[in-house]
Design a binder for this molecule. Structure first.
Ligand code: SF4
Length: 431
């Protein structure tokens, strides 16, 4: 029985118990959310080492970090190093989006090493193998694709990113709607290229029942990727994006009926004034399924600082109802991220998630901020550092710039407002 089937039958599973403790909510809250599709638990049957993570309405906003080998010089060791960096920076999940080299070893090593749930996009590997064996990724067959999907499932992947809703009808709409950047989804554009080359319908849409059988067997969450996500603020909320959500809405019903959990991936690039509308439309058309947003970037011009642009968009999206933020690094649009950029990307996304959680009244988030405020008031530097979202960074700045004899920091020095307040207004510590 899958997690979704159990929830529908009012059975509380071990995974539900675990995430209820982590989230600080009741087991029944989790069960009900899963049963109605607003919460998913990322933990496949075959990922023995994974600690389950719940994503969805009423829960803390989660952060995912993507890594992967894209160049022939990229190595499994380097990408694993980035995974460890992302995990230590606080990422809730990892996605391996490798398109080249030894993808099997990369995925299997990560799955047996880390306890975070992992996602993947099997189309990349199916196309890479077709290119290697047959000379072109266009020679990938539907059998090839499904063999790789099942391989990822057997290995223990917890969520599969698949462009199931990118039908020919959606693709045809792109041609006439005049998008500025018609396609920016890497996987989506490759799938569409394959469909146009063979003049056939999307194989993931056509063979959706086969996909459901695999997801059901291994209890994997389907993460519907959106090939029509806007790649510039100009293209936000354009009709093909909405049409893809409509198709996905129908597939979501079929998945839930089959006992398979689903979430939906979103944009991309969205101006601030359109973020709330984007989230509401997705939630409505996709029947409350958890929304996994890529950023979104609120301007196209923050090259070199896209982690900041994405954090602004991520915070507003999460406040509007998005549940899961895919990090964006400062290398976005210009290159593959370094380890340091992975670290900063995760921290930026976590700040966005936490900011939204405070505003949504998440008890753990509010308490965390309250504790920090008290530590700041008390000039308790060890506690402030321990409570920081990036303690190592906080400790480094404090150590470098403070002198051993002052209780205040060097920002205002002897005019420290905290010190003056405690000296003249209240001598008591805030407890
Ligand atoms: S010196 Fe200024 S910044 Fe530093 S703790 Fe005091 S009030 Fe805060």
């Amino acid at each position: 029985m899958t997690i979704l089937e159990s929830a529908k039958k009012r059975i509380i599973t071990d995974e539900m118990k675990q995430v209820a403790i982590i989230e600080g909510v009741s087991e029944e809250f989790i069960r009900r959310g899963i049963a109605n599709g607003e919460i998913v638990i990322l933990k496949s049957k075959n990922h023995v080492k994974a600690v389950p993570v719940a994503v969805g309405a009423g829960l803390s906003t989660k952060v995912s970090a993507s890594v992967g080998m894209y160049d022939k010089n990229d190595t499994v060791a380097n990408e694993l190093d980035k995974i460890f960096t992302a995990v230590s920076a606080g990422a809730d999940t990892i996605m391996d989006l490798s398109v080249i080299n030894d993808i099997d070893t990369m995925r299997r090593t990560a799955l047996t090493t880390i306890t975070k749930p992992m996602g993947s996009l099997p189309l990349y590997q199916a196309m890479a193998e077709a290119k290697k064996k047959k000379g072109s990724s266009l020679e990938m067959t539907i059998e090839d694709l499904f063999e790789v999907i099942e391989r990822h499932a057997i290995d223990g992947i917890d969520f599969l990113a698949l462009h199931c809703g990118t039908t020919m009808e959606v693709v045809n709409r792109v041609k006439k709607e005049g998008r500025l950047d018609p396609l920016v989804s890497y996987g989506g554009s490759r799938l569409i290229g394959w469909m146009i080359h063979h003049n056939v319908e999307n194989p993931l849409y056509e063979n959706f029942d086969r996909l459901l059988e695999i997801a059901y067997k291994y209890d994997i969450v389907l993460s519907f990727a959106d090939a029509m996500r806007p790649g510039c603020t100009q293209d936000s909320l354009i009709s093909s994006q909405i049409q893809e959500y409509i198709v996905l809405g129908d597939l979501i019903t079929r998945a839930r009926d089959a006992g398979v959990q689903v979430m939906v991936k979103g944009p991309g690039h969205v101006p601030i004034d359109q973020i709330e509308t984007t989230v509401k439309i997705q939630k409505s058309l996709c029947k409350g399924a958890p929304y996994f947003v890529f950023g979104p970037l609120v301007t196209d011009t923050a090259v070199g600082y896209d982690h900041i642009s994405a954090a602004i968009g991520g915070a507003i999206s999460a406040y509007a109802g998005a549940d899961f933020i895919c990090y964006v690094t400062s290398a976005e649009h210009i290159g593959l991220p370094s380890k340091e950029q992975v670290h900063q990307g995760v921290i930026a996304a976590r700040i966005a998630a936490h900011a939204a959680d405070i505003a949504k009244g998440n008890e753990k988030a509010v308490t965390w901020d309250l504790e920090m405020s008290k530590a700041r008031k008390n000039l308790d530097w060890d506690k402030q550092i321990a409570l920081s979202i990036d303690p190592e960074c906080a400790r480094q700045v404090w150590t470098e710039r403070s002198d051993d004899f002052s209780s205040e920091c060097t920002m205002c020095g002897k005019y420290c407002a905290m010190k003056i307040v405690s000296k003249f207004l209240s001598k008591e510590k805030v407890g």
